[in-house]
Design a protein around this ligand. Structure first.
Ligand code: Z5A
Length: 210
């Protein structure tokens, strides 16, 4: 039986550069010979991508907050069953753009749904599955919103106000402070090469410890 792979997640608020930096992380790991599966949430499977479209679409009436939460966990259940768990079991490393920390930050801190309900769903859907390393790209939401705006039409989440994204950021930082062994907080306000340098430092430490 092959050794279980490692599960790395990239997190952060809107426009922090997750997609851009995901490529850097993937290239760095591949260059060291790790077999890598790159995926994202919500999404990562055919069913998950359909749920993503439903979640991000600007529609009226919008999904109720509890509907949104359950759709996110429904997509996650499929993602784990179809992609994440089999890849890890086969010894691959999984690099995921957002995972359950996003639910605690957006639905918990942002929408102010109860943390207990999210923890309950986390246990139900994931069992013991948790990321081994979470790279949290931290940035003032005002800067992130500006970056995202320059990129194109805002989706349903991107239309939230700055107070929402301030709560999301604080939600992430609070969780990171409670689990420093798993989280690495990266200053995403710097120029891309400086962000990449911080990521590289954290990856070197993580890989050395394996
Ligand atoms: N969501 C949720 O509510 N609950 C959950 O549990 C999960 C998700 C899993 C979609 O996620 C939405 O789902 C998300 C939360 C919700 N909504 N929001 N907001 P997503 O990850 O697809 O959406 P996103 O956060 O908006 O990600 P994004 O749009 O792909 O942004 P990003 O990946 O963080 O940034 P980027 O595309 O790499 O960069 C944005 C721009 O900034 C781009 O033009 C870059 O060239 C530029 N950039 C990046 N870094 C830099 C630096 N360092 N300097 C200058 N410019 C930069």
């Amino acid at each position: 039986m092959s050794e279980r792979g490692n599960f790395i997640t990239i997190e952060g608020g809107e426009g922090v550069g997750k997609t851009t930096n995901r490529e850097f992380v993937a290239d760095w790991l591949r260059a060291r010979g790790y077999k890598l599966r790159i995926t994202r949430e919500p999404g990562g499977t055919q069913i998950g991508e359909q749920l993503r479209e439903l979640l991000l679409r600007d529609q009226s009436p919008a999904p109720a907050e509890m509907t949104e939460l359950l759709l996110i966990f429904a997509a996650r259940a499929q993602h784990i069953a179809e992609v994440i768990a089999p890849a890890l079991a086969a010894g691959e490393w999984v690099l995921c753009d957002r995972f359950t920390d996003a639910t605690f930050a957006y639905q918990g801190a942002g929408r102010e749904l109860s943390t207990r309900s999210i923890e309950h769903l986390e246990q139900l859907v994931q069992g013991n599955l948790r990321p081994d390393l979470t790279l949290l790209l931290d940035l003032d939401p005002r800067v992130g919103m500006q970056r995202a705006l320059e990129r194109g039409e805002p989706d349903r989440f991107e239309q939230e106000d700055v107070a929402f994204f301030d709560r999301v950021r604080q939600g992430y930082l609070t969780r990171a402070a409670k689990a420093p062994e798993r989280y690495r907080v990266i200053d995403a306000s710097l120029a891309l090469p400086d962000v990449a340098r911080q990521l590289q430092r954290e990856l070197e430490v993580f890989v050395d410890e394996r």
